[in-house]
Design a binder for this molecule. Structure first.
Ligand code: BG6
Length: 494
């Protein structure tokens, strides 16, 4: 039986989460000993295990260079879980770690994949049933090509003629470095797997508040009729982090803020906020709507890039390990974009993100235009309503409106109607999102994954900006970490 796991029916009142427990599944983590497993995959799987949400027949096979065996990977996993989840029930951790096996191997070695194939067949054999094999690429993108080639040669990739196995692949961001590399990657992947077997991860799609945008818009009729350029004056999408680049210098310096969070998380948030009502809430309809919207982003000309974008780097960034002392990588950016479709034409969309900011704030603010007929003093153009979708520091939605202050005179004051889903300090970074993503891949629901058309549209918008920045058409400014200097300095952008 497939599942309640579609947006719109994901949280039906009173129904427990169900999974397709009848399809045995093997999750193969390529590069299991890296950071990704420790921070995201293992804790998320452990939580799914505790919730009894994994298939009954479920095993995890780690593949990697380190000389582990089954026993040592199991203790490695127990340690990871204990480090990440405080007060974890040790007995359950031990049980969970027993789901793991290990295949030692090199990503470019044919023999290693043959050995992996044997191991998978051995695990599957007693089940005597069709098994889903999910390959998770938890490795840096420069290893992808070798892995794809070896998956193909070994016959481990998509094999539609083999009715005993269904193969899916999970790929992390960054998906390429620009349109060209993303396309190359896509064609490599496309040779091995059909599009409906490729799960491109953007964990923002699995965030409670991002999903809540669709419910807010499409399950209520109060705002949707005014959700367009005739009423809305501006959309701001913001991701300020107090954390810096810290130990991620070697990864981050080749990427920068715009590629790290702009090309994916911020643009996806825009898609959720502005896309048209989908034909239904299945993956393909949502992918289509998101891609249509992203294709409507007006590509900035060189002149517009000069006046509508701003980039900066925090002081001290260049002293981080593996960051060159003359690095030109931005850790903060602000971009003013617009959409071309009639519904949103010319409404400014401000994208902004930075590391080492003075506060942690992740939000989307939709500002309504000043009402045409306004019960406000002449020139009172600040009488505007705002809707804020907040992801951090709290998760919730707030609506700002104007109200009469109690008293003998007519004084108006700004008030807020809000609902707080929860304090986001309660969440452990990434874990909740990865629970959803892993579960969705297990049950074969691509709704919360990014389609190839979306990837293409997002790079098309980002590429000209990265190129112009690379040519230094927009100077890289500096800002003092832990202050709001970059925000003040970039005010002229929007
Ligand atoms: C990741 C970026 O994709 O998203 C990080 O690589 C960033 O640099 C993170 O910190 C933000 O995610 P979240 O879930 O903490 O908002």
């Amino acid at each position: 039986m497939v599942l309640i796991h579609q947006i719109g029916v994901r949280f039906p009142v009173g129904l427990p989460i169900m999974t397709d427990k009848h399809t045995p599944t093997i999750l193969i983590i390529l590069g299991i000993t890296g950071d990704l497993t420790a921070k995201k995959i293992a804790p998320a799987l452990f939580n799914l295990y505790l919730k009894n949400a994994l298939p009954e027949k479920f095993r995890i096979v780690g593949f990697g260079r380190k000389p582990f065996d089954d026993k040592s990977i199991q203790s490695f996993v127990s340690e990871m879980i204990r480090a990440k989840i405080q007060n974890a029930d040790l007995k359950r951790v031990e049980e969970f770690s027993k789901l793991f096996s290990y295949q030692h191997g090199l990503f470019e070695s044919k023999e290693s994949y043959e050995a992996l194939k044997e191991l998978l067949d051995k695990i599957q054999e007693p089940w005597q049933a069709k098994t889903n094999r999910l390959f998770y690429l938890a490795v840096p993108p420069d290893v992808y090509q070798s892995i794809f080639e070896q998956l193909k040669f070994s016959g481990l990739s998509d094999r539609p003629e083999n009715t005993d196995v269904e193969t899916r692949i999970l790929v992390e961001k960054p998906f390429g470095k620009n349109s060209e590399t993303a396309e190359k990657l896509d064609s490599l992947l496309g040779n091995l797997f059909a599009e409906n077997k490729i799960y491109r991860i953007d964990h923002y799609l699995a965030k409670e508040m991002v999903q809540n945008i669709l419910t807010f818009r499409f399950s209520n009729d109060i705002f949707e009729k005014t959700w367009n350029k005739d009423f809305i004056e501006k959309i701001e999408i913001r991701l300020w982090e107090t954390l810096g680049v810290e130990h991620r210098g070697s990864f981050y310096d080749g990427v920068g803020a715009l590629r790290d969070v702009g090309q994916n998380h911020l643009l996806q948030m825009l898609a959720f906020i502005t896309m048209n009502y989908p034909l239904d809430f299945q993956a393909s309809a949502l992918h289509l709507r998101r891609a249509q919207l992203l294709n409507n982003l007006k590509l900035l000309t060189q002149e517009e890039i000069k006046s509508q974008t701003y980039r900066a780097q925090y002081e001290g960034y260049q002293t981080i390990a593996f960051v060159p002392p003359n690095s030109n990588t931005e850790t903060y950016f602000k971009i003013k974009g617009t959409l071309t479709d009639p519904r949103w034409k010319d409404v400014p969309v401000i994208f902004e993100s930075g590391k080492r900011m003075h506060e942690q704030r992740k939000e989307i603010i939709v500002t309504y235009a000043h009402p045409k007929e306004c019960f406000c003093p002449p020139g009172g153009i600040h009488y505007k309503n705002k809707i804020t979708f907040s992801l951090e520091p709290t998760e919730g939605i707030a609506i700002e409106f104007w109200s009469k202050k109690p008293g003998l005179t007519l004084v108006k004051e700004s008030r807020t109607i809000d609902f707080i889903l929860r304090d986001s300090a309660q969440r452990v970074q990434y874990v909740e999102e990865y629970e959803k993503l892993l579960l969705d891949c297990i049950v074969g629901d691509q709704t919360l994954f990014v389609s190839t058309a979306e990837v293409k549209a997002m790079w098309a918008f980002i590429d000209p900006i990265m190129t112009a920045w690379g040519q230094n058409l927009v100077p890289l400014k500096k800002y003092t970490p832990d202050t709001n200097q970059a925000i003040l300095d970039s005010l002229e952008v929007g």
